[in-house]
Ligand binder design. Structure first.
Ligand code: AMP
Ligand code: GLY
Length: 422
């Protein structure tokens, strides 16, 4: 099987690494890829949001299965173009991608199909928004969300009326998010731990892949600004078999019943409230950095399962199992991230860290300059440790981190602690 992976981050390196281990996978081609992925197979430059360019590459390289990492190509219709030409692909079409790309669509979808989520209102004018937050029917705090993709900055948990007003003004008056903020969701604030849950979907069916928890804030003890994710552990100790069965029955299956053509990963962001699990949001792709922690835990022929899903034949898929080990991924970032940071810093120690027993290094913001690997982005690497307990997995991950150095390296020192504290 010849596999094409679209994307260049830690998530896509983990997908490539995991698929390269499956019997039957003869080639892993990545576009545009990164230096870590280049160690697994060819990497080629590609405009991954251009359906025609992707289809052309898949044809030229006789690709059997294309796995689409990020949401932007899905929103752009890359999976639609591949499937229309008879190429199996992992990832929903443009319509399915709206579950992630429009929060207004996702909330109406959940309400229509009775999928448990926070109570909400949609407003499209500043006047309506100001009325809605002045005497918030949901009380305070209240959550204000821009409809579209806003680079992780579109959600404000407003503690009081003034904060809520400022949030709706930035969407509807100063238009900080452009058209992405021209409609606004105002919703009830939920309380409880957050868990990321992943399912593989295809042909009206889904199988559970597992759970993880990520660490979104930049600094230890969950302080500092929000980031793309500073680390993750898998599985989540909060995700019991009974809860997983509830989520599959009450959330994942209703999505497929309403959207029978949905193919690919479904990432459910859950809040475990006192009244049961509630959907915070859907994503139509794998999580980053959850993928780096969860994919190494998946046992069985993952590539064959993805192919079965892509062909709508998930009932024929080989059985996948989850390792009994625990996995912890620590993100190493550039100094200053998520604010301003410099790039082009030489990175030492990746090979040494990869050589540690129970440690794997995934690349994200790295590039190759004349044979030397240097930093090229905010999140640079994810160092994953595995072990029989969370404590041992944490120790393996940080043993790897200790061997890697570059100017200004930043990382949290408490990734995975939350799994132990329970
Ligand atoms: P999102 O950009 O949708 O992932 O939201 C970012 C973060 O906002 C989530 O990870 C939650 O921590 C928080 N959040 C979103 N919606 C709610 C809600 N209804 N109640 C409480 N927190 C929320
Ligand atoms: N870990 C958060 C995300 O992938 O969106």
């Amino acid at each position: 099987m010849r596999v094409l992976i679209l994307g260049a981050g830690g998530r896509e390196h983990a997908l490539a690494w995991r698929l390269a281990r499956d019997p039957g996978v003869t080639r892993v081609l990545c576009a545009p890829g990164n230096p870590g992925m280049a160690a697994l197979g060819p990497v080629v430059p590609l405009a991954i949001n251009d359906p025609a360019a992707v289809l052309d590459l898949a044809r030229r390289e006789a690709i059997d299965l294309t796995v689409i990492g990020p949401e932007a190509p899905l929103d752009a219709g890359v999976a639609d173009a591949l499937r229309a030409a008879g190429h199996p692909a992992i990832g929903p079409g443009h319509d399915g991608a709206q579950l992630e790309c429009s929060k207004v669509f996702a909330k109406h979808f959940m309400a229509t199909h009775r999928i448990p989520t926070a109570r909400f209102n949609v407003v499209e004018t500043l006047d309506a928004a100001l009325v809605a937050v002045s005497g918030s029917e949901f009380g305070f705090p209240v959550v204000v969300k821009a409809d579209g993709l806003a680079a992780g900055k579109g959600v404000v948990v407003a503690q009081d009326r003034a904060e809520a007003e400022a949030a709706v003004r930035s969407c509807l008056e100063t238009r900080a998010f452009g058209d992405a903020g021209s409609r606004v969701v105002i919703e009830e604030c939920l309380f409880g731990p957050e868990v990321s849950f992943f399912a593989l979907c295809g042909g009206r069916r889904a199988i559970a892949l597992g759970s993880a928890q990520d660490h979104k804030r930049a600094y230890d003890e969950d302080t500092g600004p929000n980031t793309g994710g500073m680390g993750a552990f898998a599985p989540s100790p909060l995700m019991t078999p009974a809860l997983e069965a509830d989520v599959m029955r009450d959330i994942v299956q209703p999505v497929l019943d309403a959207m029978p053509t949905y193919v690919g990963f479904l990432y459910v962001s859950l809040m475990l409230t006192r009244n049961g699990p509630r959907v915070i949001e859907f994503n139509v792709r794998f999580g980053d950095p959850e993928a780096q922690a969860l994919l190494p835990a998946i046992e069985g022929n993952f590539a064959a399962a993805l192919m079965a899903a892509a062909k709508g034949e998930l009932d024929m898929a080989p059985v996948l199992a989850l390792s009994r080990e625990k996995f912890v991924g620590v993100v190493m970032a550039s100094g200053g991230y998520p604010g301003h940071f410099e790039t082009g810093k030489a990175i030492a120690g990746i090979e040494a860290a990869n050589g540690e027993p129970g440690t794997i290094v995934f690349h994200a913001g790295t590039r190759n300059r004349g044979g030397r690997v240097e930093t090229s982005g905010g999140r640079v690497l994810t160092v994953v440790g595995r072990g029989p307990t969370y404590a041992e997995a944490i120790a393996r991950a940080y043993a790897g981190v200790a061997l890697i150095s570059y100017d200004g390296a930043e990382f949290r020192t408490d990734i995975g602690k939350r799994a132990i504290e329970r």
